[in-house]
Write a protein of this length. Structure first.
Length: 362
């Protein structure tokens, strides 16, 4: 058949005695459940509050989604949607003197990083998966195995080598990749075009083995990475990058009613993921319970939020009612978690979506 001819031409298997025998690359690309063959053929997305991953009682994970599995194109599409829903839109002043909403990372850069991680990882590490981690100041893409032979962090823009040529050619045929050697320069060029730091390519030695680690830093890194200088306070950041919390000051239980704060902050929606921001004004304070719960989960999966912040976004006049009717029950159901679990009424308490809550959004 024509399809089998295409698979054979792409070297995804062989025709023997009238039967098509797929190879590993074919299974990774097209099998319904490739983890049965390569257990680590999956992506694990994690979101951390702050700029480092902590442990123990200070563990700061705010989102731990179910593994993204399935055929490789499906994994890339799903990871694309996950990041696109979480990357904020920030107001920036362009050279023409006009303010425009721009994502904190250019999509072409992080999309290419996802594709590179999936296509160029070492599948010899059969049990190790790809990690995508989001911090306040950066995105990290960790893929199993070292750089391909001959490639180093120093020459990565100049040396071309594909570890999985059949997989690479098939992904190019499907429109997910271009030519070998174009991906990393594209990531760099897109970051520089957005006035962001160039990507970092590292090869750390981990307990589980060597990995390739790609870091994309946002504008927050301009402040936090200056040696000998403390990171600016929220109010200082607000003047330069439109930080939401900094614009209105730290919200506490005595900060005034949500209605008052909302009048002072009409630009609050500018940082939200676009699809969430578009729905909230329509939802308003009269949303159906299921719609409200869904919106709360989406908001708290974006980043941990205080009850006052949630009230602003949801146009609720009473934080007490919002807490009693939605937040507290959702915590009991395991859909939300407190960032300060041992002190529920702490004035700095925030709520984040749990992995169970993330799963309910899928």
């Amino acid at each position: 058949t024509p399809n089998l001819k295409i698979l054979t031409a792409l070297r995804l298997g062989q025709n023997k005695e009238g039967k098509f025998l797929p190879n590993i690359a074919c299974a990774i690309l097209l099998a319904k459940d490739p983890v049965k063959i390569i257990p680590g053929c999956k992506i694990h997305f994690l979101r951390f509050e702050g700029t480092e991953e902590k442990t123990g009682q200070e563990y700061n994970e705010t989102a731990n989604m179910p593994f993204i599995e399935g055929p490789l194109p499906h994994q890339i599409d799903k990871m694309d949607k996950v990041l696109n829903s979480r990357i904020r839109k920030l107001q920036t002043l362009d050279e023409d003197g006009k303010f425009n909403l721009k994502p904190e990372y250019p999509r072409a850069a992080w999309y290419e990083a996802i594709v590179n991680a999936c296509v160029h990882r070492s599948y010899n590490y059969r049990n190790r998966k790809i990690f995508v981690r989001m911090f306040d100041d950066r995105l990290e893409f960790e893929s199993p195995g070292p750089f391909p032979p001959g490639v180093t962090p120093e020459n990565i823009y100049d040396v071309q080598h594909s570890r999985n040529p059949y997989l690479m050619e098939s992904m190019r045929y499907l429109g997910y990749a271009r030519e070998v050697g174009e991906g990393t320069p594209r990531i760099r060029n897109e970051m520089q075009r957005s006035n962001l730091p160039s990507p970092e390519f590292l090869q750390p030695e981990l307990v589980a083995g060597v990995s390739v680690l790609v870091k994309l830093r946002n504008r927050k890194a301009d402040y936090s990475n200056k040696v000998g200088e403390p990171e600016p306070k929220k109010g200082e950041l607000a003047d330069k990058r439109g930080d939401l919390a900094g614009k209105r000051g730290e919200l506490t239980a005595n900060s005034g009613t949500p209605a008052q704060m909302n009048k002072e902050t009409p630009e609050d929606f500018s940082e939200l993921p676009e699809e969430v921001a578009e729905r909230l004004p329509v939802l308003g304070g009269k949303g159906k319970p299921q719609e409200m719960r869904h919106a709360i989960l989406e908001l708290c999966s974006w980043r941990p939020l205080m009850i006052q912040e949630l009230a602003i976004y949801l146009s609720r006049s009473s934080t007490k009612s919002l807490l009693a009717r939605y937040i507290a029950p959702m915590v009991e159901e395991g859909l939300l978690q407190r960032t300060i679990p041992n002190t529920p009424n702490h004035p700095a308490q925030r709520y984040s979506t749990t992995s169970k809550g993330e799963a309910s959004l899928l």
